[in-house]
Design a protein around this ligand. Sequence first.
Ligand SMILES: [Cu+2]
Length: 197
Amino acid sequence: MHRLGQFVALASVLGFAPVAMAQEAGTISGDVAARTPKLRAGVVVFLDKVAGTFRPPARPAQIDQKGMAFVPHVVAVQKGATVVFKNSDTVRHNVFTPDGDKYNLGTWGQGETKPHTFTASGVFHQLCNVHPEMSGFVVVLDNPYFAVTEADGKFTIANVPPGSYTLKTWSEKGAETTKAVTVTAGGTTAVKLEVGK
Ligand SMILES: [Cu+2]
């Protein structure tokens, strides 16, 4: 037994965890498949029901109203986070949601921004009452362990404490997917998911 091993053994007898045993975080890296290729993009992948309290991020997320669309189409944030809505178009846009607190942030012109802080988790459909064809989503999650897939369906969730979790997905058009995952200290857990209709 080398010296670190002796120290760890002694520490466990004494009932405390030495600094050398502090667990390194792990990573979940994956791929979301779907029958229709475009359903692979914009899938929110998140860890469900993680114990602990999590400080919301200090920096706000941003959604632009650009080219008559909410950009990005799907944004995931942690509960308590602020999203700044911006209008980059020459026409006036509105932002409202029929979900949760049912906010209506008003209607404003090019270059202006309005913030909204999301204090409850859930899915908030973003709509514009000037242009009924405009639609986007803000998905508010209880912990910081989430990602939104790129066009190729790939995602990475970093800095996850080692442990066993339930990974879930939300997507606009696909059914919810659930998968058990185990994250090891300093390791990368590869996950393949399929979002069905
Ligand atoms: Cu609009």
